[in-house]
Design a protein around this ligand. Structure first.
Ligand code: ADP
Length: 473
């Protein structure tokens, strides 16, 4: 194996000491690499230093040098542990504290401020600032200046400091310390520059992303505006078309009724009368569908105007029930009324309330065979409630919310048993909410359904709703 791959493997092994939380953003990762580099360099240089230190002739000095260096190396290893735990702040300050102790000792025993290693103290604020953050850098700056001042004052006031270095070695040590300092300062400056450049690249990328997000938002807003315009155009188109369809349809209904009467007066053909009745029934069905579509369109376009009047809800429910007696008989259903008669009048658009109740009772009878349909009326001083309950086929729980969406039916298959358009409940929910109320449903498959319409006793025009006049139909 050549040296380059070996070195690469060694470096990637060393990088493994940086935990994932310190690798998440590139700047913290770089600071961690610097801390690891300094720990590694100290361990290597300190380890290598043990050999020349062991050769010092003076036994006392040799012992001090060996013990101090070995102790520092062991303490440096703790820094690696702090890094593994993810605390860059602690790691940086720990490195500075060990170096400070070493440099302070070297300064004190090497002749004070003129000792060769004094210059190395100036590295600490920069190291702490880069690895542990600005506050740590400032703190170490203060500590360094205070330490140097204290040593200087001690020397200036005549305190005798030990001078353990051999004068010949002192020159070599001074050279080593200054050169080492220069190397470290250069390294850290270029490191800082590289980090700054990486941060600028990141900022540029982020602002590019932001610009594209703004562009996307602009596009989305444009699409939403277009959708709103398309919806308004659809509503206008449907409103016009519904009008155009209803006029001839009403003529068909009127004339088919007339023809039936004429034929009957002339003692006409029963088969023919039956056929024309079918034309009439289909026409009515179509008219109902067009009315629902129109209502839905008007409500969505906020063009439906309510005309509130005082009316007796109990009476209205009785009238609706009467309409449905033939249908209930046909399905062999019992239609029951349970009305709180003392409720008194309410103030609402009676036509729209009737429309909602007709829809609910019509559905209840349509989906119930040989069962019971109950229409109940209850109220309190503020609200009144209409319950329409049946013992019919029920609605599966996963479909229950969807039945209020336009054109949605539980059984939408082409072979379905029940007629309908899927528009009735959609119109009901929107109408009830327009009247300031809510509609709720509870159901269980095979056991039946219960629809509750809750309305305030008095309709009040919502503040945000514009009063718009409805086109005549
Ligand atoms: P439709 O014209 O199909 O009745 P609706 O909007 O009134 O349209 O109802 C939507 C669907 O909700 C119906 O097709 C039916 O599947 C279900 N549904 C409504 N009322 C009942 C009910 N009382 N019992 C069972 N299913 C119901």
């Amino acid at each position: 194996m050549t040296d380059a791959p070996k070195l690469r493997r060694l470096l990637s092994w060393a990088r493994g000491f940086i935990p994932p939380e310190l690798r998440r953003d590139p700047v913290t990762h770089r600071r961690s690499q610097l801390a690891l580099g300094i720990l590694g360099a100290n361990l290597v240089v300190g380890g290598a230093l043990l050999i020349p230190l062991a050769m010092i002739r003076e036994p006392e000095l040799r012992r001090i040098a060996l013990v101090n260096t070995t102790g520092s190396l062991l303490l440096m290893l703790l820094g690696v542990l702090f890094m593994r735990r993810g605390s860059l702040w602690l790691t940086g300050n720990w490195i500075c504290a060990i170096l400070y102790a070493g440099f302070l000792f070297a300064t004190w025993t090497g002749g004070g401020v003129r000792a060769p290693f004094t210059i190395c103290l100036t590295l600490l604020p920069m190291l702490a600032g880069i690895i542990s953050g600005r506050r740590s850098g400032l703190a170490w700056g203060l500590i360094t200046v205070a330490t140097l001042t204290a040593v200087y004052v001690a020397q200036a006031t005549g305190v005798e400091l030990p001078e353990v270095n051999d004068p010949e070695i002192t020159v070599l040590l001074a050279f080593g310390a200054i050169a080492g300092n220069a190397v470290l300062i250069t390294w850290m400056t270029s490191f800082s520059e590289a980090t700054k450049e990486a941060a600028i690249v990141q900022i540029e990328q982020a602002s590019a992303q932001l610009a594209s997000a703004v562009q996307e938002e602009e596009k989305a807003r444009h699409a939403a505006d277009q959708a709103i315009a398309a919806n308004a155009a659809k509503s206008a188109f449907l409103a016009t078309m519904s009008h155009e369809l209803r006029t001839p349809l009403n003529a068909i209904l009127g004339y088919s009724e007339l023809v039936v009467d004429e034929l009957r007066d002339r003692g006409g053909n029963e088969d023919l009368i039956d056929d024309i009745r079918k034309v009439h029934a289909s026409g009515r069905h179509l008219l109902g569908l067009i009315t629902d579509v129109l209502d839905l369109t008007r409500i969505e376009a906020s063009r439906l105007e309510l005309s509130p009047t005082e009316f007796d809800p109990a009476r209205l429910l009785r009238e609706v029930a009467e309409i449905f007696i033939p249908l209930a008989l046909r399905n062999n259903d019992v239609l029951t009324l349970d009305l709180a008669d003392d409720l008194g009048p309410v103030h609402h658009d009676a036509t729209r309330v009737r429309q909602v109740v007709i829809n609910l009772v019509g559905n209840a009878i349509k989906f119930t065979r040989d069962g019971t349909v109950t229409v109940r009326l209850r109220g309190d001083p503020d609200n009144f409630e209409v319950f329409v309950e049946d013992t019919g086929i029920g609605i599966p729980i996963d479909k229950i919310e969807r039945i209020f969406e336009p054109f949605t039916q539980v059984d939408a298959s082409s072979t379905r048993r029940y007629e309908g358009t899927g528009l009735g409940l959609a119109v009901c929910r929107r109408l009830v909410s327009l009247m300031g109320g809510a509609i709720e449903v509870r159901s269980s498959v095979g056991r039946g359904s219960s629809f509750t319409v809750r309305l305030p006793r008095r309709y009040t025009i919502p503040e945000h709703t514009e009063s718009v006049t409805t086109s005549a139909f």
